[in-house]
Each structure stands twice: as C-alpha cells, then as structure tokens.
Design a protein around this ligand. Structure first.
Ligand code: ADP
Ligand code: MG
Length: 626
C-alpha cells in the first residue's frame, strides 16, 4: 500500500499517444464535444453503479441520488465534471484511461492515411471518448474512487496529453469521479456559465441523470438538462437532433445514425423501443464477443448494457434501448435467458427492426444501399438463424446480377422475380469466390444469350445462404452449375429436338473422352448451356457445388470430393476438331486439356499443374511445327 501511494509516472500505450496528437488537430473545429463525452462517461458510470448495486446495495454507501455536476473556476481556468457513479480502482484507471482496449484498434491505426482531413473522419468513427478532453485542455486531472472501496483508496491521475501520465493514491471521501480540465491558452471563452449550459442542452439534454450547475449569481444548483428518459417522451416532442445525440451516447459513436425506430408497445406486454441502425459498421462487427448493443431498462431504470437476449445475433449492429414495464427490477442475465417475457419482447423488437429496414429500402433506397454495404453480410446470417422471419429477411437481401453486371449488390429477389421471363420458373444464380469469376462463368453463356437474368453470388457466405434459402415466393433458387440444364418452356420444341440429335451425333466422342479422363469425371455429356466456351463442369443437382467444396477445404473441413460432370459444347470449333480426329495420338491430351480449362474457368485449382503445362506445351509445339 505504501509503495502504491507514491507518485508514479507511466507511459501511455503507443496507440494512445498517436490518437491524442491526431485528435487534438482533427477534432478542434468541433471542440465542444469534449463535454458531451465526459458527461456520457459520467452517465455510463452511474448506469454501472445501478447494475452492480442490484446485487450489492452497499455500493451506494447510503447515497442513492445519482447526479452529474459541472462547475468552473474562472481564475484557475478550469472546468470540472463530477459524478457519483461507479468510479475506478487504480488498475481500472490504468486499463481504461492509459490504454485503448477496443477491439479493432490495430486495424484502425492501420487505416489512417496521414491526411488530416481523411483521418479526422476516421477518428470520429473510432470514437475517442475521454481523450477528447485534450482538445481544449493541456492538463487533465482525474480523481476517482471505486464504489465499495475505502476513502483512502482514491486515485489521482494526471496528464498533459503528451507521452505519459502520473498516478497517485489519494484519499477521496465520496465515490465516483471528478475530471478537471486545465484549459489551453485561448480557451477562456468556455469558462462561462451561459456557454457551458448551452453546450449541455445541445448535446446532453437526453441524459437521464440530472446534470447540475450552480445557478448564475446564486448559491443553489439548478438542473440544466431535461433529465427524463428521452424514449419515454412523446415522439412529437423529440427533435431529430435529440434523437441523434442520444444515439451517439448509447452507441459510443461520433456520427449520426442511418435510421431509427421509436415505438411504444402496449397490450400483453408493455415496452418502449428506441432502436438505431448506425451509418457505419464498427470495427468489431465480426468479433461476436465485443459489442455495445441494446441497453435494457425496466420502468426507466437502467438494468444492463448489451443485453444480447434482446435481439438475435444477426441484428447485432442495432443500437439503442428497450424499456420494459413488465420485467422485475432485479432481472439478471440468467433470468433473461429463460424468460417468456423476453421471448415476446425479442420477437417484437425483431419485427420493428425488420420493418424499419423495409421502410428504408422502399423510401430511401440510397440509404438502404449504405445499410447493405455496411451490414448486408450480417443480415444474411438471419436467413439461417431466424426461420420465422426468413421470407421477410429474404426480401431485404441484395445481390449483384447479370442485369447490370456490376459488383454492387443492388438486386432484390422481388426485383428479380418481377423481371422473370415468361415461362421462367426458377431464380437462377451462379456462385464463385470473386465477382470476376462469377461474372465470367461459362455457365452463364446460354442465359446471357437468351437474356435470362442470373444472380452473381460472390460473397463467401452466399453458398451457405442458398443452402438455407431454397425458394422465394414459391420460386426455386437454382444454381446454373448444377444438374442438367432445364430451361423448361424457355426453350422451344425445335431447340429440344436439335439437342437430341446432337446427343446422338456426339455419342462416340463423349464415350472416348470419358475413357480418356477415367476417374476424373463422373460423366461426360453434350451441353447446350455454352455458346463461346468449349466445355464446363457441373455437379448433380443434390450435390455440393464446387465453390462450396473449395471453401470448406480451405477452411480445413473434411469433404468427400464430388466428381464433376464434364459438359462439352458441340458447336465449338475445338470440339468439332477433336471429333474429326478421334483416333489422333494426342486425343487423350486434348481431353485432359478440355477438362482442365473448364476447371480453371470456374475458379478451380488444377490437381496436376505441371501435367497441364506439359500438355499445353506439347500442343503449342505441334502448332509451331505445323
Ligand atoms: P467509452 O466510453 O466508449 O468506453 P471513453 O474513452 O469515453 O470510451 O472511456 C474509456 C473508459 O474509461 C470507459 O469505458 C470507462 O471504463 C472509463 N471511464 C471514463 N470516464 C469514467 C467515469 N466518469 N467513471 C468511471 N469510469 C470512467
Ligand atoms: Mg465514453
């Protein structure tokens, strides 16, 4: 204890130093936000105290009136933000204030360009919270004590925002945290009653706790903000700006949300939802462990952060609050896991979010595009996870297609169905591991020729998606690389009889190629799905597609290899040539080359690349000497 009470100097984590420098420059034009961030932290600290206080009353130390105080000292040129929330222990100060624990921090720093304007935007997205104090202060002193610890376990942290900070054990009579900002030269205009109050009203009005300041010219305090739960107020009394500021607080985001929905549900269950979709995916979207999700309140009382039972994992990008009138105040995570009330609440919230997305897709397509770009891949998980809402989620999906032939995913299944050709019964798709591979797939040739739209699936999860989404509005989803091509009534009788004729005509060739390829193929047959390629590979309707097989293999999963079917194009000059020389000594090489190029063109990998090269070289030599 004695050693700890001595003043020690510690270095900031390298990232913190970097961030501090950047932030001071890039956020200066918006410097008022420092107060919003400090108040937001004070409010979070009160929420944490309430949560821990549910199971340990003693933490309140007899003081249950939670509040935030803002004060200033004109002479000393300081502004102080105080709270009586949870406070921090010495170790917590080191962890929370000396380092950035956010996941994705490394990626964030890698994405910085060095260009101030661009980086300013990124910084806003990353969120700098506490450090924003250094925009206006050249020294920050934080004195804190963790609730439940004795007064002598207070901690004093101080830093000039350069490379290091000092830490000292001090005595602090009350729990909670005081943050004192020693203003930079030239920031005196902030040390002003009217100015501070207007900043608080602008950014922090929605904070549920009272934010108190000394009334001008008097000794007593007044509450500056409305200090009532924003979501409990009537919609008509909440401005767009207030909705946005509230979002920034709950989501720890610096940018406004893309969309939100605010609804009161009454009936069997009574609850209020205020749910937001962010404008941008957070850095840790794919890290299922780390997230600020939806906060749960019961009758306006904060219960817990990130209550994952309130929304399914495929909606983990949603932020906001749900306030229940029915749950008990002492509800715990364990209770939530088995509560029927929660199931109903969750189902209702999913419906609201899907409804909000449907609205966005219909009324604000540009915003929906942004949504899809940022969160589409997460939403896709819902097709497999949420059976009850599958059809609704399916409607929200967007894909690239041969209609526009661009990489942007902009085609909904309903758009596709609306454009289907007369006589077309299926929704066709091709899947590959890149957009280019999908777009250039030989399997598309006949579809392009006949003007039939095909969805171009090129996202890794799409294979998984189509394994769950086998039909949409009664129309089967059909891979163009599976089974016999059956275009149904999209082909006329004449085409069909021609195909039959050709099958007979090429019978000998087909069996010779099969003989030459032996085990490499399951079957060889004539096809009419090709117009410009000589050959392609397909698998049986019920078998795993080649793209999926490659993905599983790459992920180290055991897969029993399915043997493909080689289909050859009877109209292609190379095929005609081979047919004319069935007896040639190179016939076997030609057969293998046909197979290998079909494999390559769909994005596959050769089993024997050297063999392929040797055959190709043989062919080139023969050409050169002819
Ligand atoms: P964020 O609020 O997004 O977590 P901040 O930079 O604003 O990021 O704060 C970092 C951390 O410091 C918080 O998560 C919290 O643990 C701690 N902290 C900051 N201010 C306070 C406070 N007033 N009381 C208790 N803990 C605080
Ligand atoms: Mg914060």
């Amino acid at each position: 204890m004695a050693a700890e009470s001595q003043k020690e100097t510690l270095g900031f984590q390298a990232e913190v130093q970097h961030l501090l420098k950047l932030m001071i420059h890039s956020l200066y034009s918006n410097k008022e936000i420092f107060l919003r961030e400090l108040i937001s932290n004070a409010s979070d600290a009160a929420d944490k105290l309430r949560f821990e206080g549910l199971s340990d009353d003693a933490l309140y130390e007899g003081e249950t009136d939670l509040a935030i105080k803002v004060s200033f000292d004109q002479e000393a040129r300081t502004i102080t933000v105080s709270d009586n929330g949870i406070g921090m222990s010495r170790n917590e100060v080191i962890e929370n204030i000396g380092t950035i624990a956010k996941s994705g921090t490394r990626e964030f720093f890698q994405s910085l360009t060095g260009d101030q304007a661009k980086d300013a935007h990124l910084i806003g997205q990353f969120g700098v919270g506490f450090y924003s104090a250094f925009i206006v202060a050249d020294k920050v002193t934080l004195v804190t004590r963790r609730a439940g610890l004795a007064p002598e376990h207070g901690v004093r942290w101080e830093s000039g925002g350069e490379g290091d900070y000092t830490l000292e054990t001090v005595s602090k009579a009350t729990r909670g945290t005081d943050v004192v900002l020693h203003l930079r030269e030239g920031e005196d205009e902030l040390v002003n009653d009217w100015r501070l109050k207007s900043i608080i009203r602008k950014y922090s009005d929605h904070i549920t706790l009272p934010i108190k300041m000394k009334a001008e010219g008097k000794d007593d305090e007044e509450t500056v903000n409305q200090a009532s739960a924003l979501w409990a107020r009537p919609k008509s009394e909440i401005s767009a700006e207030q909705y946005h500021e509230f979002y920034k607080h709950v989501a720890h985001d610096f940018e406004p949300p893309l969309a939100f929905v605010h609804a009161k549900v009454e009936g069997k269950q009574d609850y209020t939802q205020l749910l937001y979709v962010p404008s941008r995916a957070p850095f840790d979207l794919w890290d299922r462990e780390h997230r600020h999700g939806v906060k749960l309140y019961v009758r306006r009382v904060f219960i817990m952060d990130d209550a994952e039972q309130l929304l399914p994992s495929y909606l983990r990008f949603v932020r906001g609050v749900i306030d229940s009138n029915d749950l008990p105040l002492n509800v715990s995570r364990e209770i939530l896991q088995h509560s029927k009330d929660i199931d109903a609440l969750r189902a209702g919230s999913v419906k609201k979010v899907l409804g909000m997305l449907e609205d966005l897709a219909e009324k604000e397509p540009e915003k929906y595009k942004t949504f899809w770009r940022e969160f589409g891949r997460v939403l896709k998980e819902g097709v497999g996870e949420d059976f009850a809402n599958r059809e609704r989620i399916a409607k929200l999906l967007r894909f690239a297609s041969t209609q526009a032939d661009v990489e942007e995913e902009d085609v909904g299944l309903a758009d596709y169905v609306g454009r289907m050709k007369e006589g077309q019964e299926k929704i066709y798709y091709v899947s590959a591991d890149s957009f280019a591979a999908a777009k250039h797939s030989p399997h598309l040739e006949i579809f392009r020729k006949k003007g039939i739209e095909v969805l171009l699936l090129h996202d890794r999860v799409d294979e998984w998606l189509v394994s769950h989404l086998t039909e949409f509005e009664g129309k089967t989803l059909q891979s163009v690389a599976k089974g016999e091509l059956d275009l149904g009534s999209l082909e006329d009788a004449q085409e069909k009889s021609e195909q039959q004729q050709e099958a007979d005509e090429f019978k000998d060739l087909v069996s010779k190629v099969k003989e030459a390829l032996g085990d490499r193929v399951k079957e060889v047959r004539i096809t009419h799905r090709l117009t410009s390629s000589p050959a392609c590979l397909v698998v049986e309707q019920h078998e795993m597609g080649a793209n999926l097989e490659r993905m599983l293999k790459a992920a180290g999963q055991p897969v029993s290899a399915t043997k493909p079917i080689l289909e050859i194009n009877p109209h292609h000059p190379i095929v005609a040539r081979i047919k004319a020389e069935e007896g040639a000594s190179r016939f076997s090489d030609w057969s293998h080359l046909l197979f290998d190029q079909a494999l390559l063109s769909e994005g596959g990998q050769l089993e024997d690349p050297a063999g392929f090269v040797a055959r190709l070289n043989g062919l080139m030599l023969a050409l050169a000497s002819a």
